[in-house]
Design a protein around this ligand. Structure first.
Ligand SMILES: CC(C)(COP(=O)(O)OP(=O)(O)OC[C@H]1O[C@@H](n2cnc3c(N)ncnc32)[C@H](O)[C@@H]1OP(=O)(O)O)[C@@H](O)C(=O)NCCC(=O)NCCS
Length: 179
């Protein structure tokens, strides 16, 4: 039987779940991320608790969790880069291998993009490691396309990543002045 998949924004008390999923993703797919497992293991439990609390309620950053039959099985982050050009990003996407190819990744990116659009974003950006052909194909299938920007990866300077962008449907965006 195909497992049912659902996505919800992280809750303030889910620091331990965030830590578990983040370390699982870095252990399983180290090539995909700008951070290393060693970096994540240096972060203490209290900091993950603070991160979860912030991601649960901030207007500029959120984490969405994927559940299969009630069990956490994936995540994606969404944030507005307030220090830069105010661009909206999805990042740190990961789906547990046991539930891949069931549209869990799509559910996560759609939930994150929808939330970013509600925050007023007209475009959603994602940095993808050049060697991560699966993620490239995945994002292209969702309508992301090239921006022409590339950079070396923060955690692996010899590897490169490419910036993709998706133009958000105008009806998904927050009406001016809406809460
Ligand atoms: C990328 C990832 C999130 C996709 O999650 P998923 O739940 O399997 O994705 P979905 O089921 O929503 O979509 C699958 C689609 O993505 C693409 N895709 C997924 N896996 C693929 C693979 N191994 N090879 C080629 N394309 C692939 C295909 O277009 C596929 O569509 P199809 O099933 O019709 O062929 C998952 O493979 C993953 O967690 N990978 C490791 C971490 C990672 O690379 N994260 C991205 C960081 S930028």
């Amino acid at each position: 039987m195909t497992p049912s998949l659902t996505v919800r924004r992280i809750a303030a008390h889910q620091g331990a779940v965030l830590r578990e999923l983040r370390t699982a993703s870095l252990r399983e797919a180290p090539y995909a991320f700008g951070e290393t497992l060693e970096d994540a293991l240096l972060v203490d439990a209290a900091s993950f608790d603070e991160m979860a609390a912030r991601q649960a309620s901030s207007p500029a950053a959120a984490t969405f969790l994927l559940y299969t039959e009630g069990h956490p099985a994936g995540l994606v982050g969404a944030f507005i880069d307030e220090s830069g050009r105010g661009r909206a990003f999805v990042h740190a996407l990961w789906v547990a291998p046991a539930v891949r190819h069931l549209r869990g990744g799509e559910l996560l990116v759609n939930a994150a993009s929808h939330w970013l659009a509600q925050q007023g974003a007209a475009e959603v950006y994602a940095w993808i490691a050049d060697e991560n052909r699966t993620a490239m194909r995945f994002y292209e299938r969702l309508g992301f396309g090239p921006t022409g920007d590339r950079r070396s990866m923060p955690a692996h300077a010899e590897e490169w990543e490419t910036l993709l962008v998706h133009h958000v449907q105008i009806e998904e965006r927050r009406a001016p002045g809406a809460a």
